[in-house]
Design a protein around this ligand. Structure first.
Ligand code: SAH
Length: 361
């Protein structure tokens, strides 16, 4: 059965459901196939992005997220502008090629100006060589355009749930958390010319296998360039925590995440797929496992260490010692051992983006 599905030109929702719930024996066939597709389409490179999670101050109240506005149990922080630029310089010197700036969501003028200034400074200290991905939530089109003009060229905004009803179950139902707005923001990003990334969490309350298949088809329909998706990990100071006993085990969430990555690689062979940090929260080698079945981007945390533990999206968030020379080398070593390589100083852009732009011309 699985062989006939994998032979198909395009995968239907039913096919994806089959693959996501296949037997252990078939899983091996699925993973071998997705690895083969990846190697044939984009080769064996794994791109590192230095991840700087520079603030947990957030105006949103997503029901799953540990840094949500209503969580009064955490200390809020904002890394200084100079420290962010220093972290970027560290990444540049280490040959990472590009960085990701991520934070809680703010849309005030001070925030927008600060990011703009940081982008210009990072471009300057790196002779325009360091690539910059932003992951700063929903903004208006002018803001996205302004940041694009100042040097950001990729943007990650997870749709979180492609289905609007499901989206509404994991977000407060108010004007500040509209599915339509999130969707519109993704469109803005694509229109402006960003390499546009999205994604979902896997195994959160209320989500079914059908939803997961729909998420994959959403990425395809949207013609997305990059995807970051990983297991949902519960956080005790969030409203969704009360559903923890309804969830599949963390190990099963990890496995399902790997199957999602494998299916996506088959569905969209030339996009960038990140091995999300949350994979590593469940299995120390979770990211490497994702690389072996189709992921081609890893985002080691290079946030100034004294702030790292405060960016607590979920429990057991890993990465506390990343950025240190020996940890960096260990990651590269482990990837080499499984026959993947980490090139220095490359942006590692999404091949799909260039194909998409060519088609649009
Ligand atoms: N505020 C920004 C980025 C910060 S959150 C934005 O909205 O894009 C980054 C991602 O972390 C979210 O998109 C979400 O999918 C993920 N995340 C949040 N809480 C999580 C949890 N409990 N388990 C796993 N991933 C989580």
């Amino acid at each position: 059965m699985i062989h006939s599905i994998l032979k198909k030109e395009t995968l239907s929702k039913e096919d994806l459901i089959y693959l996501l719930s296949c037997s252990k024996d078939e899983e091996k066939i699925l993973f071998d196939y997705s690895e083969k597709i990846r190697i044939n389409t984009i080769g064996r490179n794994v791109y590192l992005r230095g991840l700087i999670e520079f603030s947990n101050i957030c105006t949103k109240d997503c029901l799953y997220c540990g840094i949500r506005k209503s969580n009064t149990t955490i200390e809020r922080f904002q890394v200084l502008k100079e420290e962010i630029v220093e972290a970027a310089e560290f990444a540049y010197k280490k040959g990472y090629g590009s960085i990701v700036l991520q934070s809680g969501e703010r849309c005030d003028e001070l925030f927008i100006d600060t990011i703009d200034d940081i982008l210009k400074k990072i471009k300057k200290i790196s002779n325009n060589e360091l690539g910059i991905t932003l992951s700063l939530g929903e903004q208006n089109k002018e803001t996205y355009q302004r940041w694009f003009n100042s040097g950001a060229h990729r943007y990650l905004l997870r749709i979180e749930a492609a289905d609007e009803n499901l989206y509404n179950k994991i977000h407060p139902n108010d004007e500040n958390h509209l599915y339509s707005r999130r969707y519109e923001c993704l469109k803005y990003l694509q229109d402006i010319g960003y390499q546009t990334g999205t994604g979902v969490m896997i195994g959160h309350p209320f989500q079914t296998i059908e939803d997961l298949a729909d998420n994959l088809l959403f990425f395809k329909k949207f013609d997305i360039d990059m995807v970051g998706m990983g297991p949902y990990v519960e956080h005790q100071d969030t409203p969704l925590y009360k559903y923890k006993d309804t969830l599949i085990s963390q190990k099963e969430r990890l496995n399902l995440s790997l199957r999602m990555i494998a299916c996506l690689r088959i569905l969209m062979p030339d996009i960038n797929i990140a091995a999300a940090t949350a994979l590593q929260a469940i299995d120390p080698l979770g990211r490497e496992k994702a690389v072996q079945i189709g992921a081609n981007v890893i985002m080691p945390n290079i946030t100034p260490t004294y702030k790292r533990k405060l960016y607590n999206l979920y429990e057991n968030k890993p990465g506390g010692d990343e950025g240190k020379e020996e940890i960096h080398q260990l990651l590269i070593e482990r990837l080499k051992q499984i026959d993947y390589c980490v090139p220095n100083d490359l942006w590692g852009d999404s091949k799909h983006y260039f194909e998409r732009i060519k088609k649009g011309d």
